[in-house]
Design a protein around this ligand. Structure first.
Ligand code: B1M
Length: 216
């Protein structure tokens, strides 16, 4: 109960700091919440993600523009960087390697970084290839690391087809049957994912469940 009240206080302050592009405050507020016993996952879900979701909505309605969205993303990163090692410490390692990246032509990486953190927290070793990742780069990293999962993120309707191109490249290299392919990102649907032979997750939490199912 006490923790829930604390989180609604801190969550709201963290959320508001992101929305008001107050980059300097997100780190200290995150540290304060942690010091008062709020769980890292709660800070992520009830503060950082909600703040960024509001920014996303305002961007959609043209009430915020690219430079502001970048500042909000920077503010969010201040908090993410603090909770990342703590999330990663919440479970044991050793479930296998996940090669992760945002597909070619796509620069959105906030959601993918959250997925990476949650995977690490769930015990996977994550190789994050970053954004604008070409199909060949996914293929060669999967080959090199003997990964059990390859995860792709796309946020643009114009880049999601890169996922199919990457799946085809994995098939071509004889790797498709050896890895689980996971996809996610705002424009995707379960139908699209299934159509290209991949598993879909709407968010990072579900992504962990899907990854756990793949390795079981
Ligand atoms: Co852009 N952008 N953006 N953007 N941006 C969107 C995606 C958009 C929906 C906004 C809008 O117009 N409504 C729109 C896409 C429209 C479309 O294609 N249908 C859009 C556009 C148009 C553009 C540009 C073209 C704008 C321009 O230049 N005119 C341009 C494209 C650049 C490019 O990529 N080539 C562009 C640029 C940018 C910024 C650089 C300014 C910035 C990205 C900064 C960064 O990532 N470092 C940005 C941002 C931040 C957004 C919005 C506002 C927020 C995205 C985000 O970070 N959300 C976004 C609007 C929106 O989504 N409402 C928008 C928070 C994040 C936590 O959620 O990424 O959905 P999300 O991740 C979730 C799930 O999707 C899921 O789990 C995550 C965590 O729960 N998930 C996975 C994601 N990947 C997964 C992988 C998995 C599993 C789950 O398995 C492997």
């Amino acid at each position: 109960m006490y923790r829930r009240i604390l989180m609604s206080l801190f969550g709201n302050e963290i959320k508001e700091a992101i929305i008001s592009l107050d980059i300097a405050s997100v780190g200290p507020l995150t540290n304060k919440a942690l010091a008062d016993g709020v769980k890292p996952k709660q800070i992520l879900d009830d503060g950082l993600l909600i703040g960024m979701a509001v920014v996303g909505e305002r961007f959609k309605r043209s009430e915020m523009f690219v430079p502001e969205v970048l500042m909000a993303a920077k503010a969010m990163t201040e908090g993410l960087n603090i909770i990342k090692p703590l999330l990663a410490g919440e479970d044991a390692k050793g479930k296998g390697t996940v090669v992760l990246g945002t597909v070619k032509g796509d620069l959105h990486d906030i959601g993918k970084r959250i997925v990476a953190m949650m995977f690490e927290g769930a015990g996977f070793d994550v190789i994050d290839l970053g954004y604008d990742v070409a199909p060949e780069a996914f293929v060669s990293k999967v080959k090199e690391t003997n990964a059990c999962i390859v995860g792709m993120s796309a946020m643009l309707t114009t880049t999601m087809m890169q996922m199919k191109i990457t799946v085809d490249a994995l098939k071509e290299a004889g790797l498709y049957d050896k890895v689980g392919v996971m996809v996610g990102g705002a424009p995707l649907t379960v139908e699209y994912a299934e159509g290209i032979g991949a598993k879909y997750s709407p968010d990072a939490q579900v992504a962990v469940e899907v990854a756990n199912n793949i390795v079981q």
